[in-house]
Design a binder for this molecule. Structure first.
Ligand code: XIL
Length: 357
């Protein structure tokens, strides 16, 4: 009964992933093996106890990043105490499943605890608090977190090319030195001392394309590299909210940054779709979304220095887009709310499979 064996082999080699399409059984992390690209996602600790969440995560990705658990309000809730319990759950999961871990983020103007933002600290005190925070958090994960977003979103979209006004820029920036981004430089040096092996990234929103913001970051990174400030990479978030990606400009931007000798990671990709009151997108938008995932992956793969693609969550069940858009948008990720692969999943995997380095 040879045909039976064939049918059986075919059935095991093929799985039916959503939308009725038969696809070969290869996960994203397997598909990424030929190129060596890291394929990652942001992770929340609570749903790790949900079987479908944990098994999809373990099967598909080789890189994880706690979505919120390492931000100040979670990890440093009181001036004198740190709480690593939530981030540790993500780190333990990643370690058990042979995944790399990105850390996000040491310096940001959002999700900071009130004791910090309302503490009315003098410049010198705030600089000291920042230094201690960076040394404690990076030190706790020394040898475990392979790459850190040291500073997140320091440049301002309203004043192109200028640093955003934050407690950090306004206080330690002035307190430590008079000129602009010296506080960013200090943060990279502290992080490097706390874990000399960790790769240190500057992470930013809306700087994926050639624009005044990415120009300013490019100038800063070029200066840091020239003066030996320990920066290893730049993260481009890649939150796409209008079903449009200027891939030529993104590719040119990746090209100029990697030419500075730093790596590029795509750190927070999602492609938000308009959704009806039930949270359902239009079928034609799912195809457009798939094209964008494929094009971005292909652009990254065409530059040897673009070494990771990470999505901001992986199931539409857990995504920041709903609340961020007042429920007008959603369905931004690779799997639907029932963990069925969407067209974007297949498109991304096809791009990963054809990537050679
Ligand atoms: C978002 C998280 O996804 C949400 O859970 C949280 O409520 C707000 O922050 N840019 C970043 C991320 O660098 O840290 C943000 O994450 C999304 C925008």
């Amino acid at each position: 009964m040879k045909w039976r064996a064939h049918v059986f082999a075919l059935a095991t080699a093929v799985s039916y992933l959503g939308f009725g399409a038969a696809v070969p059984e290869q996960s994203l992390r397997e598909a990424a093996r030929s190129s060596g690209l890291l394929i990652g996602t942001a992770v929340r600790p609570a749903p790790l106890s949900e079987a479908a969440y944990a098994s999809t995560l373990a099967r598909e990705f080789n890189l994880l990043e706690p979505e919120d658990a390492l931000k100040w309000e979670g990890v440093h809730p009181e001036p004198q105490s740190f709480d690593f319990s939530q981030a540790d759950r993500v780190v333990d999961f990643a370690t058990r499943h042979d995944m790399k871990i990105r850390g996000h983020t040491l310096v940001w103007h959002r999700q900071n605890p009130k004791w910090l933002t309302e503490g009315k600290y003098a410049s010198g005190e705030l600089a000291q608090i920042l230094e201690q925070h960076i040394r404690a958090v990076v030190g706790h994960y020394r040898g475990k977190i392979f790459a850190w977003d040291v500073v997140n979103e320091a440049f301002d979209e309203l004043h192109p090319g200028e640093l955003r006004s934050t407690i950090w820029r306004d206080q330690p920036g002035i307190g430590l030195a008079e000129n602009g981004n010296s506080y960013i430089e200090r943060c990279f040096r502290w992080a490097h001392e706390a874990d000399p092996q960790a790769l240190l990234f500057y992470n930013e929103a809306e700087a994926e394309v050639l624009n005044p913001k990415s120009d300013a970051i490019y100038a800063m990174v070029g200066d840091f590299r020239q003066r030996g400030v320990p920066i290893d990479g730049v993260g481009f978030q890649m939150h796409i909210a209008d079903l449009h990606a200027d891939v030529a400009s993104i590719s040119a931007n990746i090209s100029r940054f990697t030419a500075l000798g730093v790596q590029v990671h795509i750190t927070e990709m999602d492609v938000a779709l308009p959704v009806d009151p039930n949270g359902s997108p239009r079928p034609e938008d799912l195809q457009k979304q798939a094209d964008i995932y494929r094009q971005i992956a292909t652009a990254c793969l065409s530059h040897p220095g673009c070494t990771a693609i990470q999505t901001w969550g992986f199931t539409d069940k857990y995504s920041w887009i709903g609340s961020h858009s007042k429920q007008r948008q959603g369905a931004a990720l690779l799997f639907d709310r029932d963990y069925r692969a969407k067209p974007a999943y297949a498109a991304l995997r096809t791009a990963l499979e054809s990537g050679r380095r």
